[in-house]
Design a protein around this ligand. Structure first.
Ligand code: SAM
Length: 239
């Protein structure tokens, strides 16, 4: 998977991504990152890429041409059109299903806005997907891009040491994941549930499934509508 990020702050993307699991996956060649500074395409000696909004109002707007030129440079290198995601609070809210779909692509471009956003005309030209990470407003698209890239990366085969862990995680089945425990067996008087120490694989699986259902019903009952529950599990929930 190759990620291109169009941004005014490439160092923020590079530092965020060259760490931990994603950093190791890059070393292994499973992921690659190309953070492109839009300012390099400013086309003026002051490297200015923003201007006042027409019609007045607070803040500055990122101008169309530098964003377009930076985007063109990527598509020219690739020799084809690339799926281009604009991070914006106005977009569809990002979720695991969208991550699974984006993970099917070989290359993705993330476009990060700053200030009051980007001139609408260039968005109409280059953007294929408008994505938000939630109903709140950040100062820029860099953290949202990192959130999306991290989520998508975990779905790229080989990035996680244990492929099963992506399959059993929260949202995979419209259920939240069961609680996890590690050593010691007893911590400050709290014991690890005995079934997890039993070595009985089927009982462990049964307990985990029940815990997932209980937890989802308690914290995210909205998810349960889409979860595939057996008749017995539905009765268990009612009881
Ligand atoms: N004026 C814009 C509006 O009201 O829709 C908000 C601009 S915001 C201050 C600057 C940039 O941060 C946006 O262009 C976008 O790239 C990014 N951004 C802010 N909040 C975001 C969110 N919830 N999801 C994704 N991107 C976001």
């Amino acid at each position: 998977m190759r990620f291109h990020v169009l941004t005014l702050f490439p160092e923020m993307i590079e530092q965020g991504f060259h760490t931990s699991i994603t950093g190791r996956a890059m070393e292994k060649g499973l992921l690659s990152l190309n953070a492109v500074n839009i300012r390099d395409f400013a086309g003026n000696k002051h490297m200015k890429v923003d201007d006042y909004p027409y019609g007045g109002g607070a803040g500055m707007v990122m101008q169309a041409e530098p964003v377009y030129a930076a985007h063109q440079s990527l598509e020219n290198q690739a020799g084809r059109k690339l799926r281009t995601i604009y991070l914006t609070p106005q977009g569809h809210t990002f979720n695991q299903k969208m991550a699974e779909e984006f993970a099917q692509e070989e290359e993705l471009i993330f476009l990060c806005g700053h200030y009051e956003g980007i001139d609408e005309r260039v968005l109409e030209e280059v953007v294929t997907d408008y994505v938000s990470i939630g109903d709140y407003v950040l100062t820029g698209g860099e953290l949202p891009a990192l959130v999306m890239m991290d989520t998508i990366s975990r779905l790229v085969p080989g990035v996680l040491n244990n492929d099963v862990s992506a399959e059993t995680e929260s949202f995979q089945d419209s259920l939240l994941e069961y609680p996890q425990y590690s050593r010691p067996e007893e911590w400050r008087g709290k014991k690890v549930p005995s079934v997890l120490l039993s070595g009985h694989h089927a009982n462990v699986e049964k307990w985990r499934r029940e815990q997932s259902i209980i937890r989802t019903a308690k914290w995210r009952p909205d998810l349960l509508e889409k979860a595939q529950l057996t008749k017995k599990e539905q009765e268990f929930l009612k009881g």
